[in-house]
Design a protein around this ligand. Structure first.
Ligand SMILES: C[S@@+](CC[C@H](N)C(=O)[O-])C[C@H]1O[C@@H](n2cnc3c(N)ncnc32)[C@H](O)[C@@H]1O
Length: 282
């Protein structure tokens, strides 16, 4: 690309370069350029005759080169939308997924229906997207966010602070919840659940941290370890929400029955009809 190119021209060239890598090359190029220009995507689309500065063009071209090489767009942009907010994202954390919004919605519904219950733990917080999105809805909530990764926790804390919800949030580096006492009204967890063997063949495994994806031999090791410890930190009336992998519903129901025989257990599906959420009401 030469200097003094317009937005429209830059977008057309970008489309040609990433159309074999990306399923939605137009959208991705528009989002990337909007992020560089500090504008909304709709502004970019409506201003295709505006000329880019050399610095803007250079940034855009290097982003497009990365995208062409396969780097996921959120890592190039350094941020991603989740539940209506923009979270800073680095390659140290999982890219927040839209299907995880189901867990957030369930937690919010429970907290609205039970106004006295305001203590929540978000286990494996990563970017903080689950804990921050819930904290944003309830000024009096206390959210404890844990992660085994120190760098993930730093990013979660940064997101909570930038979005204005750090007052109600506390961050702890630990394995699951082993060093907490509880009891918690709501337990949220989106822990790694991809079977190690499957991960080798998946594109996500090439870009996103294995510590955020690898669920051991059958994908259930984190879920199983957490479940064993949950009776210690929950009480009658608590709600447990754990994101699970497609096809894990039966195994997770069996686990839940073992540790919470009196619990009301259900598996909820995502929009694609796949097992996505283990919901245990105590
Ligand atoms: C699937 S990612 C989820 C991140 C974020 N909650 C989300 O929904 O996008 C799993 C997270 O769990 C963390 N993790 C993995 N094993 C853990 C463990 N034993 N204890 C605490 N956190 C763990 C990883 O570092 C990672 O941040």
């Amino acid at each position: 690309m030469r200097n003094k190119v317009t937005i429209g021209e830059a977008l057309r060239q970008a489309h040609r370069q990433i159309k074999t890598t990306s399923d939605s090359p137009n959208l991705e190029a528009q989002l990337m350029l909007a992020n560089i220009l500090g504008k909304q995507r709709t502004w970019v689309v409506a201003h295709d005759d505006v000329e880019l500065s050399p610095a803007e063009l250079k940034d855009f071209q290097s982003g497009i080169r990365l995208r062409r090489g396969g780097t996921p767009l959120p890592y190039i942009m350094g941020r991603w939308e989740f539940y209506g907010r923009s979270f800073r994202i680095t390659e140290e954390v999982l890219i927040p997924r839209p299907e995880t919004e189901l867990l957030v919605e369930e937690a919010i519904d429970y907290l609205r229906a039970n106004p006295g219950n305001r203590t929540l733990v978000d286990i494996g917080t990563g970017s903080g997207c689950i804990g921050v999105s819930i904290a944003a809805e309830f000024p009096s909530i206390r959210v404890y966010a844990t992660d085994i990764s120190y760098n993930a926790l730093c990013l979660a804390k940064e997101n909570a602070t930038k979005l204005g919800f750090s007052r109600n949030m506390h961050f702890f580096q630990m394995d699951l919840i082993f060093a907490t006492k509880g009891p918690f009204d709501v337990v949220c967890a989106n822990l790694p659940y991809i079977p190690s063997h499957d991960l080798k063949g998946l594109e996500v495994g090439q870009w996103e941290p294995h510590s955020a994806l690898d669920g051991g031999t059958d994908g259930l090791s984190n879920i199983q370890n957490l479940m064993e410890d949950l009776p210690r930190v929950t009480k009658p009336g608590s709600l447990i929400l754990m994101e699970i992998g497609a096809g894990m519903g039966v195994a997770c129901t069996d686990l839940a029955k073992k540790w919470f025989p009196k619990g009301k257990i259900k598996i909820q599906s995502d929009l694609a009809g796949r097992d996505r959420l283990l919901n245990i009401a105590l």
